[in-house]
Design a protein around this ligand. Structure first.
Ligand SMILES: [Zn+2]
Length: 271
C-alpha cells in the first residue's frame, strides 16, 4: 500500500484539525490503515487535514533531535502550515513496548505520564511536551493515539471511533466530554494529567519564555541559569527529566522562530 498520504477535508475557515501518521520509523506502514479510514468521516465545521509520512530513521518524539531531523521538521512544517487547534498524532507500538508506554512510573523515567488504554490495545495521551507548549495553546487538543503495529480490525475500529469524535467536535472540551461518556475513568486520569501539566510544565515554560524576552540569552549556560531562576522563584512540581525537557522545548521554540507568538498574532481568516 502507498504510505504517503495527504488529503484536505471540510472548509478552510473555522477550526483547524490535523491527523498525522508515520511520525517516525516504519510506523507509517501501520498508521496509513487508520488514516485511510478517516477519509470518509464527517467533519463538523472547519477543516481536517489527513497526512501520513513514509519511513524515516527512528528517533523518539521525547528527543529534541527528532524535531531537528528531516522527518521532524517535515512534521512541524505541516503543523505550522495548518496551525491546528485539534491535532492527533497516530503512532504504533510493538507488544514488548506496551509496559514501557503505560507504566505508572513513566513520568519519573521519561518525563511524561503513562499512556492510557482505551480499548483493543489503543492507547491515548498527550503529544510530546517538547511541542505541547511550543506549538499549541493550553486549551488546544494535541493528542497521541498509539495502536498496535499491524493493527487488528478491532484496534482500527477503536481508532476510527476516536477519530470520529475528534473530527466531529469543535474544541478540546467537547472532545473530552464525548470521550468521557465512553471512557469515564480514562478521561478522569487524562484530566488529572492535564491539570498537572498546566500547573507545572506549562506554567514554568511560559515563565521561561517571558523571562527570555527580557534578558536576551548569550549562550547555553545563560539558558540553564534562566531555567534555574524560574524554578527557584516558582513552586513547580517537576522532576529532573522534565526540567531537561523544559530546556529542549525552549531550544525547539527558538529554532522554529518563536512560532507560537507568530500563531497568536496571525489572523487565520486572512490566510
Ligand atoms: Zn511512535
Amino acid at each position: 500500500m502507498e504510505v504517503n498520504f495527504f488529503k484536505e477535508m471540510g472548509v478552510k475557515n473555522g477550526i483547524s484539525r490535523l491527523f498525522v501518521g508515520g511520525v517516525h520509523g516504519k510506523e507509517g506502514l501501520s498508521t496509513i490503515n487508520a488514516i485511510k479510514m478517516a477519509e470518509n468521516i464527517t467533519v463538523n465545521g472547519g477543516s481536517l487535514v489527513l497526512c501520513n509520512f513514509p519511513p524515516s530513521p527512528y528517533l523518539s518524539t521525547l528527543d529534541p533531535l527528532y524535531y531537528l531531523s528531516l522527518a521532524g521538521s517535515k512534521l512541524l512544517d505541516r503543523v505550522m502550515k495548518n496551525q491546528p487547534e485539534i491535532y492527533l498524532e497516530l503512532h504504533c507500538y510493538h507488544p514488548e513496548n506496551y509496559t514501557k508506554l503505560t507504566r505508572q512510573d513513566r513520568k519519573e523515567k521519561f518525563g511524561v505520564p503513562g499512556l492510557v488504554e482505551l480499548e483493543n490495545g489503543v492507547l491515548i495521551g498527550s503529544v510530546s511536551p517538547l511541542i505541547r507548549s511550543t506549538f499549541f495553546d493550553l486549551n488546544d487538543f494535541p493528542f497521541t493515539l498509539e495502536m498496535p503495529c499491524n493493527p487488528s480490525e478491532e484496534s482500527l475500529q477503536t481508532c476510527r471511533e476516536i477519530m470520529e469524535i475528534v473530527a466531529g467536535s469543535g474544541n478540546r472540551q467537547e472532545i473530552m466530554e464525548k470521550l468521557s461518556s465512553a471512557y469515564p475513568q480514562r478521561v478522569e486520569t487524562l484530566n488529572s494529567y492535564f491539570k498537572d501539566f498546566s500547573r507545572n510544565f506549562h506554567s514554568a515554560f511560559e515563565k521561561i519564555k517571558q523571562k527570555s524576552l527580557k534578558t536576551p540569552l548569550k549562550d547555553y549556560p545563560a539558558l540553564e541559569k534562566l531555567i534555574n531562576d524560574v524554578l527557584d522563584e516558582g513552586n513547580f512540581d517537576l522532576n529532573p527529566v522534565q526540567i531537561k525537557q523544559l530546556e529542549g522545548a525552549f531550544l525547539i521554540f527558538k529554532e522554529y522562530g518563536s512560532f507560537k507568538s507568530c500563531k497568536l498574532n496571525t489572523n487565520k481568516s486572512e490566510t
